[in-house]
Design a protein around this ligand. Structure first.
Ligand SMILES: NCc1[nH]cc(CCC(=O)O)c1CC(=O)O
Length: 306
């Protein structure tokens, strides 16, 4: 099984993780590393570029038969699907939270007045500004290691990252504070992996299907359906986190203005039936997106500045 992946350390870890799961199931694997446009172009991520900067090159490898499966961070995968590809599996999800990384274990509450915070994410920026309008939020680019280096040399007082990335890279020595979900709700799909396969490669789809985790698949489907319904794209200040606890599928979602002054939130739940996971997920997402849209969510996210 040829596995297409980006070359960044995090992407390589993720691909190796999927490879080891497939090996444990008896399949031989081979990594096919490649460089995506998102890795070479260091402009802020939304300055006139299309969505999918991290995923297109990897997807192309499947379409060109250079690889059998593509491993992505699900969060980076655009909600618009390529008709020639199928999402064959979403493995069990890891820690979903974001964290604040600084040399002083700062929390959102204890950050010094006017501190300079690095993030490329409007979702993170807006939630942070909502709590702390005094902070100076500035763009940052590059992979996890590059960002940590910028923090180390003092370009920023703190940066925000997904905890999943630091956990996967075993960066336990990095001084960070996990942010509570009620202050910093994650991006749709954060902490989950996505495995895409060619539409026609039915045998590969079936093999990879053993890695699919129905609760993970259902929860990310809720989050991504909501994002798509609000025309969000991966860059919008939309946060969503779905969970299944005791056969109840629940969703928390937040939509903000970029400056953080306006904030709409939504929480709802429905009974979860694993055999109907897709319709449960879509029903919950539709109810939530209608509620948010009726309160002006689509108008809020038009502003594309950081
Ligand atoms: N956009 C980059 C990206 N894509 C996925 C992750 C982290 C891993 C994950 O969320 O699954 C990251 C880095 C970050 O947000 O800190």
């Amino acid at each position: 099984m040829r596995i297409a992946t980006r070359e960044s350390p995090l992407a390589m870890w993720q691909a190796e993780h999927v490879a080891s799961l497939l090996q444990a199931a008896g399949f031989a694997t081979k990594l096919v590393p490649m460089v995506s446009g998102g890795d070479t172009d260091m402009r802020p991520i939304d300055s006139g570029r299309q969505v999918g900067v991290f995923t297109k090159r990897i997807q192309q490898a499947i379409l060109d038969d250079e690889a059998d499966i593509a491993v992505h961070s699900l969060k980076d995968l655009p909600t618009e699907v390529d008709p020639n590809l199928v999402l064959a599996a979403v493995p069990q999800r890891e820690v979903v939270q974001d964290c604040l990384v600084s040399n002083s274990q700062w929390t959102i509450a204890t950050l010094p007045e006017g501190a300079k915070i690095g993030t490329g994410s409007r979702r993170r920026a807006a939630q942070l500004r909502h709590h702390r309008p005094d902070l100076d939020v500035q763009p940052i680019r590059g992979n996890v290691q590059t960002r940590l280096e910028k923090l180390r040399v003092g370009e920023y007082d703190a940066i925000m990252l997904a905890s999943a990335g630091l956990t996967r890279l075993q960066m336990d020595d990095v001084s960070r504070v996990e942010l509570p979900l009620d202050q910093m709700l994650p991006a749709p799909g954060q902490g989950a992996l996505a495995i895409e396969v060619h539409r026609d490669a039915k045998a590969v789809q079936e093999m990879v299907g053993i890695l699919n985790h129905v609760p993970a698949r259902a929860t990310v489907t809720v989050e991504r359906t909501l994002l798509a319904a609000l025309n969000g794209g991966c860059l919008a200040p939309i946060a969503a986190y779905a969970q299944i606890i005791d056969d109840v599928l629940s969703l928390d979602a937040v939509v903000l203005s970029t400056d953080g002054t306006q904030r709409l939130d939504e929480s709802r739940s429905i009974d979860f039936d694993p055999s109907q996971w897709e319709s449960c997920a879509k029903t919950l997402a539709d109810q939530a997106s209608e509620s948010l849209a009726s309160r002006g969510a689509r108008e809020l996210i038009h502003d594309t500045r950081l």
